[in-house]
Ligand binder design. Sequence first.
Ligand SMILES: *[C@@H]1O[C@H](CO)[C@@H](O)[C@H](O)[C@H]1NC(C)=O
Length: 147
Amino acid sequence: MSLSKSILLVVLVVASVVNAKVYTKCEFAQEMKKHGVTSHADLGTWTCIASHESAFNTKAVNSVSGDYGILQINHYYWCSTTSTPGKGCNITCASLLTDDITVDIKCALHIFSETAKGSTKNGFTAWVTYKKYCTGDQSSWISGCSL
Ligand SMILES: *[C@@H]1O[C@H](CO)[C@@H](O)[C@H](O)[C@H]1NC(C)=O
């Protein structure tokens, strides 16, 4: 690759990152609260999960696992990769990548409260990063936030 082509490539990659809205910890927690999560313990846990899933980047896509958006929601169960809304949350996966994270949060709360086989609620365990990084007291994620 020529030098000018590689410079162009770098510019394009940076441009797509700049384009994505990246929430702050507090902005994210405030959005969760707006959609009905009032417990500070839960707000800390959700904020920890979003940080480890996407670094709060609304356009995050894991094309290997097929996870979309700030909370890395999976297409296998929850969203449709076609232009027609569908699967568990009755949405398109593309709608999880917009600056407005309302759709992401509503779907995440649906996943959270859905009862999986064996009648236990999914809860936070639907996110692999929860068990890995976010169990226990996660209040430090939202310290200093006005909630
Ligand atoms: C899914 O959403 C569409 C609107 O986007 C609606 O017309 C349709 O009835 C919904 N389907 C289900 C199963 O809820």
